[in-house]
Design a protein around this ligand. Structure first.
Ligand SMILES: [Cu+2]
Length: 122
């Protein structure tokens, strides 16, 4: 009987956590961008204008990469280089709405396919 009560309490706790997570979803937008040779996935990400955003950049490739955002979106510093296997999470509030290109700025990488776009929605 005791273990049954504990199981029920655990289930309630998990449900409460899930509801809490959903409730927070509206306050913060988030996206993950994965870098590799020679692509940025996804090609497009969506964040919300004027709301705190979390952007995670993952280098899943075998060489160094980076991600350069349009300064119209944010002045937040992004790492110049991500070594293979490294990841970085930056938080910022997008300054404006619209669609802006992003790219890896290491010479040759953007022409090889390391481009995409970030859309800041209202
Ligand atoms: Cu690159």
């Amino acid at each position: 009987m005791v273990s049954r009560t504990r199981t029920l309490l655990a289930a309630i706790a998990v449900t409460a956590l899930a509801l809490f997570a959903v409730g927070c979803g509206g306050d913060r937008s988030a996206a993950t961008v994965t870098l590799s040779e020679f692509a940025i996935k996804p090609k497009g990400v969506l964040l919300r204008s004027g709301q705190p955003a979390l952007l995670t950049i993952v280098n899943a490739g075998k060489i160094e990469h980076n991600l350069k955002l349009d300064p119209a979106v944010t002045d937040t510093f992004l790492p110049e280089i991500l070594k293979p296997g490294e990841r970085a999470t930056v938080s910022f509030t997008p300054k404006t709405s619209g669609t802006f290109e992003y790219a890896c700025t290491i010479p040759g990488h953007a022409p090889a396919g390391m481009t995409g776009a970030i859309t800041i929605g209202a």
